[in-house]
Design a protein around this ligand. Structure first.
Ligand code: ZN
Length: 169
């Protein structure tokens, strides 16, 4: 496994639509592992393949709730939203725009259909933060950033990461 460089807003690769995955290959499996490692290292709750420079319909999500998905991260291959309802408005950030956040309205609930890293079909439901994370990551696969949806100005995120590091030492 290896960390991959996270592309930042302004990189044209973040504006391009991604191609579907037809079959799992050793190379894509390695990509999934690297994406997970890169997401955890950056303290993110989700990461999409174009954010590490690969235009394939793959994303990973882990909101850190042990009660969801048996504490395992979601690996979403060729994901699509099949159901959605309600709405929620709240702060959203992105590893491709570090340190910033902005208000975005998303569905309160979504059901997604996707394939896992074994290319097995599954459905997952998400509410609240998980629904927001699914929507955010799926948007990346079509070349969209949350900044296109943001209501009002972006603001600086509190630097919680640094505080956590301080307390750990
Ligand atoms: Zn993002």
């Amino acid at each position: 496994m290896a960390l991959r460089e996270i592309r930042e807003l302004g990189d044209p690769i973040l504006e391009k639509p991604c191609r579907e995955v037809k079959e799992m290959t050793p190379r894509l499996r390695e990509l999934v592992e690297d994406m997970l490692e890169t997401m955890y290292e950056a303290n993110g709750v989700g990461l999409a393949a174009p954010q590490v420079g690969v235009l394939r319909r793959i994303c990973v999500v882990d909101i850190g709730d042990e009660t969801i998905h048996e504490g395992e991260p979601f690996v979403l291959i060729n994901p699509r939203i099949v159901e959605q309802r309600g709405s929620q408005t709240g702060d959203e950030g992105c590893l491709s725009l570090p340190g910033k956040a902005g208000k975005v309205t998303r569905p309160e609930y979504v059901k997604i259909h996707a394939f896992d890293e074994e290319m097995k079909e599954y459905e997952a439901e998400g509410e609240g933060l998980l629904a927001r994370a699914f929507c955010h990551e799926l948007d990346h696969l079509d070349g969209h950033m949350y900044t296109e949806l943001v209501e009002g100005p972006l603001h600086d995120m509190e630097d919680r990461k640094e505080e956590e590091e301080d307390t750990e030492e």
